[in-house]
Write a protein that binds this ligand. Structure first.
Ligand SMILES: [Zn+2]
Length: 489
């Protein structure tokens, strides 16, 4: 079903619950094979399982994209036919990205990555190592065994301050409250963080026995020679390591029947898994984050209609803080359709002829079109405004709403003229800085945006102390000019 997403609220999930839910509803699959391919075929419970969706490498590639609701009839050749079982027609079904693979531990738990990071923060460091890491690294030999006496003595000292070092993951899962109590008493300025951690622990969010694996569609690999992959993705390498460790632990069976040595092995693998999960978290975070991340480069970026980009130049004093002079070509492009409309009415010509005139005007300065521009500026002052913006957009003042004071009657001029007042809030100067321009459409939008972002009404008063905003004061060069102007006899 198509749905319109209007907002997203991130929540912390109970992964064990989500795993069970996915299994019951058929949207989840347990991954246990460390091999993704066997003789070039996808392993059903491997990382590239066809459960996530088929691709060109499969025998029945993409066939499930055409199906009835119950799945009895599958394939494009049945498109439109009614299924005798569920009475729905065979129709196109897009890839279900919510299908999730799960790596499960039968008897033990590991950290949810976000809480491992938060707890690590709360407990701090000892000898340039994270206390949490030292706790999770279980001791093989509690007495410290043989070895350098000096190191053993120092270790004893550290353990007086941090008594839980070497206890291991299994112990920590059962004794988290005690650890939180101990460190909360020491770190009085982190009350809020400890409260959050305690809450997460009590609500079963901190540890999980199930690790989600995102759909293979997002991380697909194809087998090459002798089942070796043509190219490898780091995220799949990490998932494989996690499957391997979880298998080792699950193969040992139930903890009641385990020897001390087995339990030691479990703790060692749990620690390995912990480190892999942190890497997995970083990997996914890096895929999404930053300029080259998916969100910035694939979701947000793209083409913006009615936009332009120009080098800025200073006005010689006739502009107010919320006014700009726009170049001729910008205005032609941003207000193209209005100009064509007015031209057609003015000359009683067809839209096509008007469009041709507009097109000619983009190559040779056209006095008639320029007249139309002046008419538009005069009669639509309230509805003709633009956003100006300078990257990086990190200040209040990086975005501003301004009115078009006039259009520069010169086709070769490709600059935008600004009042020098608004330069500082944009952290701009006149050595070739560029500014992005976005057209604001309609009288209503112009009015609403002007209320919040017009510099004349929003920037002169300092938001912090209520006094005159220093950034809006005259620049040094201007003050020098004023001084000479006023000091001649
Ligand atoms: Zn059916």
């Amino acid at each position: 079903m198509d749905s319109l997403i209007t907002s997203v609220i991130p929540t912390q999930l109970d992964l064990s619950f989500e795993c069970q839910f996915d299994m019951y509803t058929g949207r989840g699959i347990r991954l246990q094979s460390t091999k993704a391919f066997d003789k070039s075929e996808k392993v059903p419970d491997g990382l590239q399982s066809a459960f996530f969706g088929t691709d060109f490498s499969d025998e029945m590639s993409y066939s499930e994209r055409y199906r009835c609701d119950c799945g009895f009839m599958i394939g494009k050749m049945y498109e439109g036919e009614i299924c005798p079982h569920c009475a729905t027609p065979v129709h196109y079904v897009p890839v279900d990205m919510s299908r999730t693979g799960w790596i499960m531990l039968d008897h033990f738990k590991v950290f949810s990555p976000i809480f491992a990071a938060k707890l690590s923060d709360a407990l701090g460091s000892v000898e340039s190592e994270r206390v949490l890491t030292r706790i999770l690294q279980a001791d093989y030999d509690p007495d410290g065994g043989e070895g350098d006496l000096a190191i053993r003595e120092r270790d004893k000292e550290i353990r007086k301050k941090h008594p839980y070092i070497g206890k291991g993951t299994r112990w920590l899962v059962d004794n988290m409250e005690e650890v939180l109590d101990f460190y909360e008493a020491k770190k009085v300025n982190k009350k809020k963080l400890f409260a959050e951690l305690r809450n997460a622990y009590r609500n079963n969010l901190m540890f999980t026995n199930a690790i989600p694996v995102i759909s293979a569609v997002l991380r697909s690999e194809t087998p090459g020679e002798k089942d070796k992959k043509l190219y490898k993705m780091r995220i799949n390498t990490i998932y494989t390591a996690l499957i391997l460790s979880s298998n080792e632990i699950n193969n040992l069976g139930s903890p009641e029947n385990m020897t001390e040595a087995d339990l030691c092995t479990v703790d060692r693998y749990l620690y390995t898994m912990h480190k892999d999960i942190l890497q997995l978290f970083d990997e996914i975070f890096n895929i999404l984050n930053g300029k080259t991340g998916v969100i910035a480069s694939r979701v947000i970026s793209g083409r913006y209609n009615f936009s332009a980009r120009n080098i800025i130049s200073a006005s010689s004093g006739e502009l107010r803080a919320n006014e700009i002079d726009m170049c001729y070509l910008d205005f032609l492009e941003l207000y193209r359709y209005e100009i064509i409309n007015i031209y057609a009415k003015l000359f009683h010509c067809t839209i096509q002829e008007a469009q041709h005139a507009w097109s000619q005007a983009t190559m040779h300065f056209d006095k008639v079109i320029y007249g139309i521009i002046q008419y538009m500026l005069e009669h639509n002052q309230d509805a003709i405004g633009v956003f100006i913006n300078r990257n990086p957009s990190i200040n209040f003042g990086s975005f501003m709403y301004v009115k078009i004071h006039s259009v520069i009657p010169d086709i070769s001029n490709k600059t935008i003229r600004l009042n020098t007042r608004v330069i500082k809030t944009m952290a701009a100067d006149f050595d070739g800085d560029q500014i992005n321009i976005y057209r604001v459409i309609g009288l209503d939008m112009n009015k609403r945006i002007a209320r919040e972002l017009d510099p004349r009404y929003n920037l002169y008063i300092d938001r912090i102390n209520g006094r005159v905003n220093r950034d809006m004061m005259p620049m040094k060069d201007e003050v020098v000019g004023f001084w000479f102007l006023n000091s001649c006899e």
